[in-house]
Design a protein around this ligand. Structure first.
Ligand SMILES: [Zn+2]
Length: 385
């Protein structure tokens, strides 16, 4: 056992099990923050054989690092605070992620004309903005740990108030509570969901969005995430908190899992079995990443090296090469022309003709993006994971 594991007396933050299976070599790897900045090595990645959760071990060191990351947090700094778009469909049409989530929710779930919505961890209000547009009859609330974005959030149509402070002090009587990219940051995610049930009306809904760590291995390197979910694991955590699952899907938003559940009084917590096969696949992502680093090191030694992407995967891969990317490439018009890590962000059409570009994307997505880019820039050498 590594010295770090012995020191931290690791315990699964979901089920309490102490015999965790660590990912060898992970502690030596540099990481990245969820707001896309390089971060030092030192995390412990492990699988809990009892419940199946792949996790970053939570201890005093992880807590201190998470606090340090949040204190300096700059949401979507690559695009001046504008939410990242997703590029769905074969043509890769751009859409704000929150709009895609709300559109899919409304299409698949009958939504009443009025209701009270609480968005936990609302940031600068990206989801609330999309809610206000799609559901104008709803009264919206956001909650955050501080009031940094109070002015922006409370100016959004439909928003009544930004709530800060501990969960126990928040109002009750909501018809929907959303957690978009929140649950993966929280030690003991099931306990949080149980507490939130006390703030929902009977029949109220829960909307959860998390990264799909089976599709996207780069997410394993995010230092401030403590749970690395697969679809089955997220289902298990939510059902075990006493909710009835309505939708749980990897198809509404690329690289992400969306889950909709309902608080059903009298429903006893369902126990879905541990999905160890899926968890093994998530943990295998660490081996995939090690192979990707070797592949990128060869490319980075050549002239004209650039990286496609400006988010978590690109930031992390650039750090693995010692910052050798001469430029980044992005399809988001709000990012093109800006800088990332002190280097220019180019549009695909302006990538130098003889450049070598690594696609910092999950393998399945990289294939689709490569098809689009080859059409735009046939002379550029594109390398996929
Ligand atoms: Zn566990």
């Amino acid at each position: 056992m590594s010295p770090n594991l012995a020191e931290a007396a690791p315990r699964c933050h979901h089920c309490g099990q102490t015999q965790l299976r660590p990912a060898l070599g992970y502690e030596q790897a540099q990481r990245v923050t969820s707001d896309c900045k390089p971060w030092r090595a030192g995390g412990v990645l492990a699988l809990c054989p009892a419940c199946g959760l792949v996790q970053t071990v939570v201890g005093p060191r992880w807590q201190a690092e998470a606090e340090e990351i949040y204190a300096a947090y700059t949401i979507y700094h690559q695009s001046g605070g504008r939410e990242q778009p997703i590029f769905a469909g074969p043509a890769g049409a751009a859409q704000a992620r929150s709009e895609a989530i709300i559109q899919a929710l409304v299409a698949h779930t009958p939504m009443p004309a009025r209701g009270r919505w609480l968005d936990v961890g609302c940031g600068n209000g990206a989801l609330l903005r999309a809610c206000g547009q799609a559901l104008p009859g709803w009264t919206l609330f956001g909650s955050e740990v501080n009031d940094k974005y109070r002015g922006v959030v409370e100016a959004l149509p439909g928003v009544e108030r930004l709530l800060t402070g501990p969960l126990a002090g928040l109002p009750t009587g909501f018809d929907l509570i959303s957690l978009v990219h929140v649950l993966e940051h929280v030690p003991g995610p099931q306990a949080l969901l149980r507490d939130l049930a006390g703030h929902l009306n009977p029949g109220g809904r829960l909307l959860v969005e998390v990264p799909d760590c089976r599709q996207n291995p780069f997410i394993l390197m995010v230092a401030d995430h403590c749970s690395h979910f697969s679809l089955g694991m997220l289902r298990r955590v939510v059902a075990g908190a006493g909710y009835k699952l309505l939708h749980a899907t990897e198809t509404w938003v690329p690289k992400e899992i969306t889950l909709v559940a309902q608080l059903t009084p009298g429903l006893s917590a369902a126990s879905e079995g541990p999905c160890l096969g899926e968890s093994d696949q998530v943990l295998t992502g660490w081996a995939t990443l090690q192979a990707i680093v070797n592949q990128v090191a060869l490319l980075a030694a050549q002239p004209g090296f650039g990286i496609f992407g400006t988010s978590i995967a690109a930031t992390w891969l650039d750090a693995q090469t010692g910052g050798r990317a001469q430029f980044f490439v992005d399809e988001d018009p709000h990012r093109v022309g800006q800088e990332h890590l002190g280097r220019p962000i180019l549009a695909p059409a302006t990538v130098p003709a003889e450049a070598k570009v690594y696609l910092a994307l999950p393998p399945a997505l990289a294939t689709r993006v490569a098809q689009r880019l080859r059409a735009a820039r046939p002379s550029v050498e594109l390398v996929s994971p």
